[in-house]
Design a protein. Structure first.
Length: 418
């Protein structure tokens, strides 16, 4: 077996590891900006809700095109606080009831479904589109149509939808918003993997993800397209009440921390993280474009392999080119057919090419959700795809040599296996 070396190129039998993401390399690329941002914090020493937090909120609100952005401690807390704010807005209660159901996808990170439970509601898992891996609006409508015929309120009380823009590709927001409007449901976009992506629902007015629903939630986990040096998150909304309540909840539940109104959290975005994110924010469009270019190379080079299904953009406008700014490729994820995924993964590992499986277990199969969820149908697409998906390196600063090494290693495997 070849020994991989993370630091040196191939010398004397050692081969350079191709990582999923190279945060050290990215830091070196932005070092002057990041170091200056940190020094500024060291000078002013305002570590809790310092000036960088509001500056970041204002810049991202302008970038997304919403009235309000609220910095929070993580993407998970962004989901929880958004749901809690909606419970207070819609029901005048601290939490939803178990009879309140929120539709989402089972093919996502656990935080999406867990946040629904933490807000008091019951998740309803609806199957995915097998092409995009995002929640399927057809399946959402099927569930709502069937449930509307049931007699009991406990069976029919759906209050909202949380679509997840998985891997950086937008859900079909036109259809989801149409359904939500018909059934009077809220929509919270989970944009954890898609910062900077757009939904081109109209050729003349593309919308940034996080501005389409009633609220959007973002994660600044280090691996995200805009990532900090620790946890962080943000809520986006045009709704004044949601923004006001979210700001209260993140500071223990009140405008006055010594006389609070609601059951709150200590969920503030750190000043230091906000400063680092401000420094990195100026690079986010450049890095998203770099990810798209890498995806174009992968798509071109791997298109002839019969056992691989390549990521296919969901085109909201048929006239748009194959790759648009809709998909920001937080992950470049292929589907490997005929039970070859795990073997390919091992082969790539032996050749010093990193890969990851996002996600190996659908939410409805996790212990935490046992007895706490509803589902639409058999979720066969979600249960199938977990055995096939494989994410390849899509580090924005990857050079052509590294990209082609990934490609050539995959081709080599299929030549041997076939």
């Amino acid at each position: 077996m070849i020994i991989c070396d993370d630091l040196r190129p191939q010398i004397g039998g050692k081969m350079k590891q191709i990582p999923m993401l190279d945060l050290k390399r990215e830091y070196e690329y932005m070092k002057a900006d990041i170091d200056a941002a940190i020094r500024k914090c060291l000078d002013h020493q305002k570590w809790i809700l310092g000036p960088e937090v509001k500056e970041l909120e204002d810049k991202i609100a302008e970038y997304i095109g919403v009235k309000h952005c609220i910095g929070v401690s993580s993407g998970t807390e962004a989901l929880v606080l958004s749901l809690r704010a909606l419970a207070l807005k819609l029901k005048g209660k601290e939490y939803f009831d178990k009879s309140d159901k929120v539709i989402t996808t089972p093919f996502t990170f656990t935080a999406t479904g867990d946040a629904i439970l933490r807000a008091g509601a019951t998740p309803v898992f609806v199957d995915i589109d097998p092409v995009t891996y995002n929640i399927d609006p057809i399946e959402i409508r099927k569930y709502l149509t069937r449930n509307s015929k049931l007699k009991t309120q406990n069976s029919t009380h759906v209050v909202g939808i949380i679509p997840v823009h998985l891997y950086g590709q937008p859900c079909n927001m036109n259809e989801i918003m149409k359904i939500a409007n018909e059934y009077n449901l809220f929509v919270i976009e989970d944009v954890a993997q898609a910062f900077g992506g757009t939904w081109n629902g109209s050729k003349d007015s593309p919308q940034k993800l996080g501005s389409v629903g009633m609220a959007g939630t973002f994660s600044f986990f280090p691996s995200k397209n805009l990532g900090g040096f620790g946890d962080g998150g943000m809520i986006s909304t045009n709704d004044d009440q949601i923004a006001e309540v979210a700001r209260m909840l993140l500071k223990h539940g009140g405008k006055d921390k010594y006389n609070v109104d609601h059951i709150g959290y200590n969920a503030r975005l750190d000043t230091l993280q906000a400063a680092i994110l401000l420094a990195k924010f100026k690079y986010v469009d450049e890095f998203n474009e770099r990810r798209q270019k890498i995806a174009e190379v992968y798509n071109q080079e791997l298109s002839g392999i019969k056992d691989i299904i390549l990521p296919t953009p969901q085109l909201s406008n048929p006239s748009t080119p194959y790759f648009t700014d809709d998909h920001v490729f937080h992950q470049y994820t292929i589907r490997v057919n005929n039970g070859k995924r795990d073997e390919l993964m091992r082969y790539l590992k032996d050749k010093c090419v990193s890969t990851m499986v996002y996600y190996p277990v659908p939410l409805h199969k996790m212990k935490v959700f046992e007895g706490r969820y509803r589902m639409n149908g058999d979720l066969k697409e979600s249960e199938s795809v977990v055995h096939d998906v494989l994410s390849l390196p899509v580090e924005p600063l990857m050079g052509k040599e590294m990209i082609m090494k990934v490609v050539e290693t995959i081709k080599e495997y299929f030549k041997i296996s076939n």
